[in-house]
Design a protein. Sequence first.
Length: 145
Amino acid sequence: MTGGEGPLQPGLAQVQRILSESARLAALCTACGECVKACPMPAFALLPAAEPAIVAAGMRAVLSGAPASPEGLAFVAACTRSGQCNAACPERLDVAFMLRLAGMRAKGATGEAPLVAVKSDPGWASRVKAFARMTMTEEEQSKWL
């Protein structure tokens, strides 16, 4: 590793790629809300009540670096990468990847200032494990959980 880069500190090329890919995907997203409707996590993640299109627009705002809405941040934080959002997207975007990039932007992992401070959720781990149990085989559960 050179220049003080480490696993928690992305290099300039990585930051530029994250920012450019975030902008590209945010421009392609129509914020229709189909990804939110398909996601299994809103019921478990205690997302603020909002229309799916409003939640998707909030996620797109986080992705593009615009001011974040509570609904958008909650959706970004709730993502467990189930991929069900990808199949629902009429634009055929990789929504799970978009949410991952949005999470990096929200947490300031791109080298820029965080958009907001994401609050700690003491129930998050148990909800992720519950969802993982629904999607993993018994062998995978014994290895990873």
